[in-house]
Design a protein around this ligand. Structure first.
Ligand code: PXL
Length: 257
C-alpha cells in the first residue's frame, strides 16, 4: 500500500461537525488526504450558535504536537480557532521547532453568529507570530479588515488589505467572502499578482465555509498542487459543498459533502 498524503489540523472542536477540526477532517478525507487532528480548544455549540468555550492549556496543545510530530510528519498543516494567546505562541514555537512548511493560517475571530473565537490579545499574536510562518493566510473579508486596519467595501479595498497583510510576512494572502453586486469574490495575492475567483452568490446563511475552504486548500497543498491550483480547487470544493448544504438543526445550514 502506498502511504497517503497527510494533513494536520490544529483547531477548535465543533460538535456539529459543520466547522472546527471535525469539518477539516471530513474535508481532508473527501479530498483523498489522510487527516491528523489536534484540538486546541473546545466549544459547546449547535447550529444556532456557540454557547461556551472551554480552553485547553497551551502545555497540553504543545504536548499533543510533540507526541504526534516526532512520529508522523504531515505534508501540510492548517490552524483554525486557537482562542488563547499562549496557545498561539506555543504553536508558532512548535512550527519552527519541527520546520513545518505548507502552513495555512485561518485567523478565526468570530463565529457566524457573532461569538468571539479568539481572546482579545490573541489577535495581535496571530499576526505577529503565525503570519510570518504561513505559506497562506485565509482571512475572510471581515478578518482581513481587522488585521489590515481597513474597512473593505470594494474589490479595490480587498487589494489594499492584501498588500498590508502581505507585509506581516505570509507568502500568500487569500481573502474570502468579498462581493460585487450579485457575485461572490475571493482573491489571492502572492506579492506579484492578484487572482480573483468570481461565483454566483448563494442564498442563505452557512456555518463552516471558512473552515472547509482553508481545509480544502491545505489538502490541495498536501497533494502537491501549487497555491494557485489549490486555491481554485478549494473554491470549487467549498462552492459545491455550499450548494449541497443542509439544515441539520434549527439554525444555520451546514455544508454537506
Ligand atoms: O467558522 C469558524 C469556526 C471555527 N472553529 C470552530 C468554530 C467556528 C465557528 O463557530 O466553532 C470550532
Amino acid at each position: 500500500m502506498q502511504i497517503p498524503r497527510k494533513a494536520l489540523t490544529i483547531a477548535g472542536s465543533d460538535p456539529t461537525g459543520g466547522a472546527g477540526f471535525q469539518a477539516d477532517l471530513r474535508t481532508f478525507q473527501s479530498m483523498g488526504v489522510y487527516g491528523l487532528s489536534i484540538p486546541a480548544v473546545l466549544t459547546a455549540q449547535n447550529t444556532e450558535g456557540v454557547h461556551c468555550v472551554h480552553e485547553l492549556s497551551a502545555d497540553f496543545v504543545s504536548e499533543q504536537m510533540d507526541v504526534l510530530l516526532r512520529d508522523i510528519r504531515p505534508d501540510a498543516v492548517k490552524t483554525g480557532m486557537l482562542y488563547a494567546f499562549d496557545t498561539v505562541q506555543v504553536i508558532a514555537r512548535k512550527v519552527r521547532q519541527y520546520s513545518l512548511d505548507k502552513l495555512v493560517i485561518d485567523p478565526v475571530t468570530v463565529s457566524s453568529t457573532g461569538v468571539r473565537l479568539i481572546e482579545e490579545k490573541g489577535m495581535d499574536i496571530i499576526g505577529k507570530d503565525l503570519f510570518p510562518l504561513a505559506k497562506v493566510i485565509t482571512p475572510n473579508i471581515y478578518e482581513a479588515g481587522v488585521f489590515a486596519g481597513l474597512k473593505i467595501e470594494h474589490a479595490e479595498d480587498m487589494k489594499g488589505a492584501a498588500l498590508r497583510l502581505k507585509q506581516l510576512g505570509p507568502e500568500t494572502v487569500i481573502i474570502t467572502g468579498g462581493h460585487l453586486g450579485h457575485k461572490a469574490l475571493d482573491m489571492l495575492y502572492d506579492g506579484e499578482e492578484f487572482v480573483f475567483i468570481e461565483n454566483e452568490r448563494l442564498e442563505g446563511e452557512f456555518h463552516g465555509t471558512g473552515c472547509v475552504f482553508s481545509a480544502s486548500l491545505t489538502a490541495g497543498l498536501a497533494l502537491g498542487y501549487n497555491v494557485k491550483e489549490a486555491f481554485i480547487k478549494a473554491k470549487d470544493f467549498t462552492y459545491r459543498a455550499m450548494e449541497s448544504a443542509v439544515f441539520m438543526g434549527n439554525g444555520l445550514k451546514l455544508l454537506y459533502f
